[in-house]
Write a protein that binds this ligand. Structure first.
Ligand SMILES: C[S@@+](CC[C@H](N)C(=O)[O-])C[C@H]1O[C@@H](n2cnc3c(N)ncnc32)[C@H](O)[C@@H]1O
Ligand code: SF4
Length: 448
């Protein structure tokens, strides 16, 4: 078996049927107008994308390119500052407050402390925004204590570290450029530098992986003292290297079966809480104060401004995707144009379902009072009949429990939520990246 977009049975069908979207290339004036006028709240999150890596991992489905020259990286960072400034001017009179800044990729840890200082400076110049930042990092970039200290001094206070596995054989299967000792050194360096919060990303369902190996990874991660541990099944998007190699007959790609998948999900649910971690998402477990490296809530619920090549943003009423070509991204900003390659309006019903799905199937709990506060509408009215019926069915089957105005995911519902979540990821965001990677400025992109 492989975890491909068609491998989730009924959930693959639901993901394709329930979510249909058409992105169209907007004119400059239209993009500016839509983004400005559809911002539904004053508090926003910001995401910056760094689309470069030292090499490309076998299963990576993201918008990323091998870093070929430092010059290109410098030009890119200049363009990123120009994009921030364009948005700053466009939205200057809206009294926006940026509450969170996340930098993802690709590999943000390719940058130095001074680069993050500049990016924070650009954000601070144009927005009421914090002077701290959360970044994704690769272990091999955090081997020098001095570099790590400079990152923390520059304002990097939360790090999501891509450990993936403590098994060197597993890391080789993923095509990673670090080994487990690099991960341990990176964790030590971050702690010594006084980082506030550390998340470790782990991947499971590696080809040939057995349950025991995964359980050992979970134990090792729990012993590291990280503030949060997130566990991702290895998804196989059609544009990743592994899928292309397998299709060409150059790689035998076989992941553990569905039964093992389920056992691996419940292994995380058993091992991490036994070390004091609390579930905060279906794949995330937090130590003590419930802190999490939160990006999914912003992507699904908004408002989120996305900056950078391949970044997407969601204002609450409008979803947009920046061009996935680095050269075109730099060129557009050289002409003071927003690099938006596609956009689409998002109505209340879709927004309501995105919020409900995020809270219930990702964060494990949906508070209907919270829903009304965020959306300004009653739940049943906003989500529509079809979604309400589906929830009732899941309640009858014991996957969801209802207590007053709160819906929670049951232990039985946990695996169902995993199936729903990963089939959605493969059929929607992965497909959006796949399509936008084909051309810098497509006239139209239809999902699925
Ligand atoms: C945006 S990625 C990039 C972070 C960083 N460049 C790295 O690789 O460590 C964030 C996380 O996605 C996860 N990931 C990567 N490839 C994946 C795949 N094919 N399926 C599921 N998760 C994946 C990894 O755990 C990774 O740390
Ligand atoms: S998984 Fe991370 S390091 Fe590997 S290619 Fe993707 S973004 Fe780059």
């Amino acid at each position: 078996m492989i975890l491909h977009r068609d491998s989730f049975g009924i959930w693959s069908l639901i993901a394709k049927r329930a979510f249909k979207a058409v992105f169209r290339k907007p004119r400059q004036r239209e993009a500016r107008h839509e983004i400005r006028e559809s911002l539904s709240e004053r508090e926003i999150a910001v995401y910056l994308h760094i689309p470069f890596c030292k090499g490309i991992c076998t299963f990576c489905p993201y918008v990323r390119y091998p870093l070929r020259s430092n010059r290109l990286l410098r030009e890119y960072l200049g363009a990123l500052e120009r994009e921030i400034s364009l948005y700053g001017k466009l939205l200057s009179d809206l009294n926006l407050k940026v509450t969170d800044i996340h930098v993802g990729g690709g590999t943000p840890s390719l940058l130095e402390g001074k680069d993050f200082k500049r990016l924070l400076g650009a954000l601070n110049e144009h927005f009421d925004s914090p002077d701290t930042i959360a970044i994704e990092a690769n272990p091999e970039d955090l081997q020098r204590k001095e570099k790590v200290s400079k990152l923390v001094e520059a304002g990097v206070r939360e790090v999501s570290l891509g450990v993936q596995s403590f098994s060197d054989g597993g890391l080789r299967k993923l095509g990673r450029r670090h080994d487990s000792s690099d991960s341990i050194r990176a964790i030590e360096n971050l702690r010594d530098a006084g980082l506030d919060y550390l998340n470790l990303d782990l991947m499971y369902m590696l080809p040939g992986q057995e349950l025991e190996e995964w359980t050992r990874d979970l134990e090792r991660a729990a012993e590291s003292g990280a503030d949060e541990i997130t566990c991702y099944p290895t998804l196989v998007a059609e544009h990743c290297t592994a899928y292309k190699l397998a299709k060409a007959g150059k790689l035998e790609l076989r992941q553990p079966g569905m039964r093992t998948f389920k056992q691996m999900v419940y292994a995380a649910e058993r091992v991490l809480p036994s070390h004091g971690y609390e579930p905060v998402e279906i794949y995330g477990y937090s130590w003590k104060d419930g802190w999490k490296y939160a990006t999914v809530n912003y992507e699904l619920e908004g408002p989120l401004l996305g900056f950078g090549c391949g970044a997407c943003g969601f204002t609450g009423g409008y979803e947009y995707q920046n061009t996935c070509s680095v050269e075109e991204y730099i060129r557009a900003l050289g002409k003071d144009e927003l690099p938006v390659a596609g956009g689409r309006a998002v109505g209340l019903a879709e927004r309501a379902v995105r919020y409900a799905v995020c809270r219930l199937f990702v964060c494990r709990e949906l508070d209907l009072h919270g829903f009304k506060r965020k959306l300004g509408e009653d739940f049943e009215k906003a989500v529509g009949k079809g979604f309400s019926i589906a929830l009732h069915l899941l309640e009858t089957l014991g996957h969801i429990r209802r207590k007053g105005r709160k819906l929670t995911l049951s232990r039985r519902g946990l695996f169902t939520a995993h199936l729903a979540c990963w089939s959605f990821v493969l059929n929607v965001p992965c497909r959006i990246s796949e399509e936008f990677l084909k051309a810098p400025w497509p006239t139209e992109v239809r999902i699925p």
